[in-house]
Design a protein around this ligand. Structure first.
Ligand code: SF4
Length: 369
């Protein structure tokens, strides 16, 4: 066990990693000590990523229409959420959407499709999209997120120039059956391993706030460390009406910040992204979180709206960070209560229901970037 957060940061920097027991202790930090925890995690962040922020941009190639039953997902089977539903964007349509994000400052485009996993024909569609995108923007990184991969599909994507593959573990193995019955935790691990085997950079992370205990959160985190994922997105549950987890409010802004700090301690040298739900759950602590994480999504999410892309860029600049990949470090201007984990956090009604996305891909309205 450690004496101070700073001692633990020293130890971590010297190659002696934190243990699950220590991670649990960090998660239990009182609000009065939260800034000390953040300061120690920030040392790890600066050691590996300086003051840079990686900006990623999501394009939802196919929205809704999924036959799987992931309880957190607005695109699931029988979802009652009034999201946009559309089948595959053409490569031209996808590139047009991605362009907004790239011009807005994103260095990575994440091409996402709902569903259990792609057919080989759908993989071909993605390879044509990647070819078109990289033809116009050779420097952009592309991450694909298409669900469970079958044999050979990861290799096809890699050969087509895809750089990374995202498939989140989402939660602990011991919590998995409570959130999904149509595929298993092990299915997810295997897909990440397939992506790694094909030379794709693995991206795998979490959704927190799904009624998991702190012990299960730590279990999931150490599974991600074991998986050696290069990037770790941390999503905060957006409890969509019409999904089984509607009304689940387990997170406070302080809890979210502490979770991010613990993720940094467990995976000190990995790209850690504050992902979906950061606006509604971290709220005014988002700029502070930048001292711990080194990555975010610009603008909107797959089926819900994020804050204005300009507000994201202003936040990065105001907090003293620079966007990775931006010329001369200039920030591009876009165009356009420490409650126990099992206790629900009483939601303050600030109109925090997810705002359904009604712009960008699948609509005639310009995206938020
Ligand atoms: S997370 Fe993916 S597989 Fe699960 S319901 Fe949503 S779209 Fe389908």
């Amino acid at each position: 066990m450690f004496k101070t957060f700073s001692d633990l940061a020293d130890r971590t920097l010297n190659g002696d990693p934190v243990t699950p027991e220590e991670a649990l202790q960090l998660l239990a930090t009182g609000d009065e000590d939260m800034l000390d925890l953040v300061a120690a995690a920030a040392r790890l962040r600066r050691e590996y990523f300086g003051m840079t922020v990686k900006v990623n941009y999501l394009v939802n190639l196919k929205s809704g229409l999924c036959a799987e039953d992931c309880g957190y997902c607005s695109q699931r089977l029988n979802s009652g959420a009034g999201i946009l539903k559309y089948s595959w964007l053409t490569p031209e349509q996808a590139v047009e959407q991605a362009e907004h994000g790239i011009k807005g400052g994103a260095s990575r485009v994440c091409l996402v499709a709902s569903g259990r996993g792609p057919s080989n024909r759908e993989v071909e569609t993605v390879t044509r999209t990647v070819g078109a995108l990289k033809g116009q923007y050779p420097g952009v990184e592309v991450c694909a997120c298409l669900g469970l991969l079958k044999g050979g599909q990861a290799e096809t994507l890699s050969d087509a120039g895809v750089d990374a593959y995202n498939h989140n573990l989402n939660t602990a193995e011991s919590n998995y059956q409570s959130i999904c019955s149509t595929h298993t935790y092990q299915d997810r691990v295997e897909t990440v391993e397939r992506a790694k085997g094909a030379g794709l950079s693995p991206c795998s992370g979490l959704i927190v706030g799904m009624r998991e205990t702190d012990e299960q959160l730590v279990e999931a985190l150490f599974a991600l460390r074991e998986l050696d994922s290069d990037s770790v997105p941390v999503n905060f549950l957006m409890p969509f009406e019409g999904t089984p987890l509607a009304g689940t409010w387990q997170l406070s802004p302080q809890k979210c910040l502490k979770i991010l700090a613990v993720v940094r301690f467990v995976c000190p040298d990995k790209e850690i992204r504050m992902a979906g739900g950061r606006e509604m759950h971290l709220r005014s602590l988002q700029p502070l979180a930048l001292h711990v994480v080194n990555s975010l999504f610009l603008g909107d999410y797959l089926t819900s709206e994020g804050q204005a892309a300009k507000a994201d860029m202003d936040m990065i600049a105001d907090a003293g960070f620079t966007v990775l990949g931006s010329p001369s470090g200039d920030v591009p201007t876009p165009e356009a209560a420490d409650e126990p984990a099992t206790e629900p956090y009483e939601k303050v009604d600030l109109g925090l229901e997810p705002t359904l996305r009604r712009r960008g891909a699948g609509t005639a309205v310009a995206p938020n970037a």
